[in-house]
Design a protein around this ligand. Sequence first.
Ligand SMILES: Cc1cc2nc3c(=O)[nH]c(=O)nc-3n(C[C@H](O)[C@H](O)[C@H](O)COP(=O)(O)OP(=O)(O)OC[C@H]3O[C@@H](n4cnc5c(N)ncnc54)[C@H](O)[C@@H]3O)c2cc1C
Ligand code: SF4
Length: 512
Amino acid sequence: MSRGVEGEVRVFAEYERDFTEEADVVVVGSGPCGAVVAHELTAKGKRVVLLEEGPPFTPQEFELDGALSMSRTMREAGLRTTRGTIIPTMQAIALGGGSLVNSAICVRPPDFVFEGWEEHCEIEGTRRSDLDPHFDAVEAFLGIAPTPDDVQGQRNLLFRDGCNALGIESEPIARNVRGCRGSGECFTGCRARAKQSMDISYVPAAIKAGARVLTSVQVQEVLTDGRRATGVRGQVVEPFSGRRSHRFRIDAKAVVLAAGCMATPILLQKSGNLANGSGQVGRNLQFHPGLAVLGVFPDEVDPGFGATQGYQSLAFLREGYKLETLWAPAGILAVRFPGFGHDLKKRFAEVPYAANWDAIATCHRSLGTVRPRRGASLDPILTWHFDAEDAQVLGGALYQIARIFFAAGATTILPGVHGVADEMRSLEEADVLRTRRFAPSDFVTASNHAFCTTRMHGDPAKGVVDPLGRAHDMDGLFLVDTGIFPRCTSVNPMFTGMALAHRSAEALADQL
Ligand SMILES: Cc1cc2nc3c(=O)[nH]c(=O)nc-3n(C[C@H](O)[C@H](O)[C@H](O)COP(=O)(O)OP(=O)(O)OC[C@H]3O[C@@H](n4cnc5c(N)ncnc54)[C@H](O)[C@@H]3O)c2cc1C
Ligand code: SF4
């Protein structure tokens, strides 16, 4: 039955009884990593079943209201946070996973990131040059290309202008879109169907090649026979309520977990602590903590028009941060507005004159864990500790954003950091961002980039999988989501996850 994509996608209303199916490979999770694997394996003639807990969404079902949209497309209604240092983090629950709601940013990390991976986790063959053929294949399939000027909109081009005035290198962001109209709605779902999210790209292609795709199915356990993974079992779940009903089992020669770096470790832990000889399942959680600064310009910027995230600067990557432009529904941006009552109303009135630019930081010292809850819930307990040295990096990033804003002609910036003025009207006033020693608790960060919870490592005693995603201590089990990153990517993670998944699919196909 078709819904939102061509071909056969089973949806909630079609499950009438318990069922069992059989396949060469069962893939759990239809996000960027799982969708690539499902397509590549099906294209190589393997019988693939792709399982997704969330429903498919049609453009008519996207909600423009940010909070309402989050309550439908995100786990825990988009309100998931860590304990320890609190950092909000969103994971999607939908056909296409995070690609349905993300900004489609596709960046290849530079060489030094992969060199750091190899050194830190004693792995080989995972340099940029090793992965470039896989990046190339995904890029060609999804039509990844730099954002053209005609859909940038003022709020992105002002970033470029500010960087140019200061001699800071910047570039249009490469994205997996075709025919973007610059509506700035990536977060609530692309109504123009320009964004090449997995539900309209890799998943339909997999179906065309013969994959079976089941939505509204929650995998609850990986099945094993001795040292070998033999399938999965779980239950049908009703969209949005999560109410469980019919039971299912999929028997397969190989199991691929691509449930995301906060769900895959839970599945392993709830399946009898599988593949955890190293003790690293659910450990090493890393984020790219992000901070956004709002800048107000003297003339209207019309921020409603423009690619959601159209421009970036990689100039400070070695210093530990990446700068980007960013837009979201005003209600979401308002979380960082200072004041209340009349003052808050004034902030909303400034929105047509505003742009919002952010920094995401490389934070190798700030680590956390993913642990299961008691009972049947598959939602994780997350803890995370924001290291004081990592936090300092964000202060430097804020100062650079302030420089770019004032160079681009902004009259005011709202840095949104505790301990400094709510509003700054000159670079002199903003100098405190450069000189002050901030505590981690001074920042209100958020991050939707998460990784490393089932990390790859050359030594089976120190990691869960090898660089191809093969579990060290379980046969027939592959992990392919961003949990396998040995360390963060320093740039947006989706493209790297897909390139690694593309490589894993080749290895798995050869093995079957
Ligand atoms: C708002 C937002 C914006 C972002 N912007 C960007 C960006 O522009 N560029 C970028 O590089 N990254 C971005 N990211 C991050 C990026 O989307 C993720 O890194 C990426 O989606 C991870 O892919 P994945 O396949 O590992 O996992 P996911 O995309 O999380 O997919 C996992 C899938 O598995 C399903 N699943 C989980 N548990 C089960 C289960 N038990 N049974 C069945 N199915 C299950 C989930 O429902 C989900 O669909 C963004 C993320 C968010 C939330
Ligand atoms: S900016 Fe708008 S049209 Fe372009 S990809 Fe995002 S949601 Fe789609």
